[in-house]
Design a protein around this ligand. Structure first.
Ligand code: URA
Length: 262
């Protein structure tokens, strides 16, 4: 089995997975994409094959720096493309910066939200506002993990003005980046936060209240949907259901509920 070692390899694999999912969905040929939507995968230059991220490049010159490769470098490559993205003219002209994603490049678990808000747009990191604080509590106090153990990203990488919902065309424009991130990270689990994340990832329209609380499949990844933390802030009783969902996720991941006293 060939092991991908460069950002280009991961992107190729993301493209292959995308094509396979389109074929599985019944598509027999691809329409010619508009020029503006073609920039992620086709323009990737073949990167030199390098040893692993941490392994220094074999060299007779001891001071030479290791060539970065592996998931972190592959994500950094995509992040550069995202930072320059202008596919969605309105978002590109109103954002302060793009919000790519944050966390462990080899996380078992990816949390998928909707889109950056004002705080995320300012800081360049997902889920750092009030809803983010609640998500961090769920991860750290609820699951007993560190925020940096998981990976957090969104359907969109730009803030929609006034925090409006992402438009379908915006989600479609950003999808290739999400697919590439998932192909690089190869998580075992995705936790969709709210209906926008769930519907866009899964191509679903079932209400979130009916999707939550059980595992769904996305390309072999176990997906658990729950309510968005912002919804929980507006509707505190939903916290109980989110905790039920998170416990289902933890059980499948083999995680124990942390001892509050310890
Ligand atoms: N809400 C989201 O869905 N994502 C963020 O990054 C912040 C708030």
């Amino acid at each position: 089995m060939s092991v991908p070692v460069t950002g280009a390899d991961y992107l190729v694999r993301a493209a292959v997975q995308k094509l396979e999912s389109l074929r599985a969905a019944g598509m027999t040929h691809l329409p010619k994409p508009p020029a503006v939507v073609s920039s992620v995968i086709p323009v990737v230059q073949a990167a030199p094959v390098a040893p692993s991220e941490t392994m220094p490049k074999k060299s007779s010159a001891p001071s030479e720096k290791p060539i970065p490769s592996g998931p972190a470098a592959a994500l950094a490559e995509i992040q550069k493309r995202v930072a320059a993205c202008t596919r969605c003219a309105e978002l590109a002209s109103t954002r302060t910066q793009t919000v790519f994603g944050a966390g462990n490049p080899q996380a078992r678990l990816v949390f998928l939200g909707e889109a950056p808000g004002a705080d995320e747009d300012r800081q360049g990191e997902p889920f750092v506002g009030r809803a983010g604080k609640l998500l961090t509590d769920i991860i750290e106090k609820g699951m007993g993990l560190k925020r940096s153990d998981v990976y957090i990203c969104n359907i969109l990488r730009c803030r929609p003005p006034g925090n409006r919902n992402p438009l379908p065309v915006e989600a479609a424009n950003c999808r290739e980046y999400l697919d590439a991130q998932l192909a690089i990270i190869q998580p075992e689990f995705i936790c969709c936060l709210g209906s926008i994340a769930a519907h866009n990832l899964l191509g679903e329209t079932t209400p979130i209240g009916k999707l939550r609380g059980r595992f769904l499949d996305y390309q072999g990844i176990k997906v658990l949907c729950t309510y968005h933390p912002a919804y929980v802030l507006r509707n505190p009783p939903a916290k109980k259901q989110v905790w039920e969902d998170i416990q289902i996720l933890m059980a499948e991941m083999g995680l124990e509920v942390p001892n509050k006293k310890g």
